[in-house]
Design a protein around this ligand. Sequence first.
Ligand SMILES: Nc1ncnc2c1ncn2[C@@H]1O[C@H](COP(=O)(O)OP(=O)(O)OP(=O)(O)O)[C@@H](O)[C@H]1O
Ligand SMILES: [Mg+2]
Length: 260
Amino acid sequence: MAASRPAKVTAAAPAAAAVPLLSIVGLSAWYGELRAIWDVSLDIHAGDVLAIIGANGAGKSTLLKSITGLMNRGAAAHTRGRVELGGRRLDALDTGQIVDAGVTLVPEGRRLFARMSVEDNLLAGAFLPRVRPLAQRRLAEMYRLFPKLAERRLQVVSQMSGGEQQMVAIARALMSQPRLVLFDELSLGLAPAVVDDIYRKVAEIHAQGTTCVIVEQDMKRALAVANRVCVMLEGAIVLEGTPATLSEAQITAAYFGTER
Ligand SMILES: Nc1ncnc2c1ncn2[C@@H]1O[C@H](COP(=O)(O)OP(=O)(O)OP(=O)(O)O)[C@@H](O)[C@H]1O
Ligand SMILES: [Mg+2]
């Protein structure tokens, strides 16, 4: 990888003095010797739906893993920089503590407990002491949000379709009642009608007050739902703005790194 990164272009004026919900300052991340994130700074405000787009290997998943403590695994993977939620440092915490603070990840590939039921997967999202007393209430709320999961609550997850499994993964992440939820590859591999359904759910989740970050291959879908967008290229954010202020050509050029 090159030693210098392209500079970030910000198309929209930054939001006036509002305190961000999540603030990332000078974040870098490594897998051993490989530096996957280069000095990323980004503010996410309460109520945002932020779309992060970028080609394969651009560093999208690594950024989400860095926010959620999954890169703090000793020498094999590590980060440098600050991540703060409402002014509280997250970057030295482990994943459980970060979930407890209010940030959860719906990971790429879902990472469900395939041989367990829907309900046991959801309850696994409520393992923290803060959340455990809320588990039954949250379960009922998740079944209201996803009636299909209520019908299938005792079904083993491996016997479900990709779309259903994605709903289980989303509901599991929401069990801890996060303030911020990060969706990695929200619609990858799902049929268009299923994707419509998933996006309707995300809109509902957002309307209920949860701030959302969506990593998405499908640029059009992401831009349709987001109020902010950033494009990653080779481990850096190279373009940031709103879907209203950025043209598709600008975004595409940033995605492929053809405009410097
Ligand atoms: N576990 C790992 N060990 C070593 N290198 C990794 C690991 N995971 C990712 N990388 C490398 O880090 C860089 C960023 O990868 P990352 O998975 O964050 O990209 P991405 O934007 O999520 O890509 P995709 O669209 O394919 O999911 C790539 O060069 C990738 O090869
Ligand atoms: Mg990824």
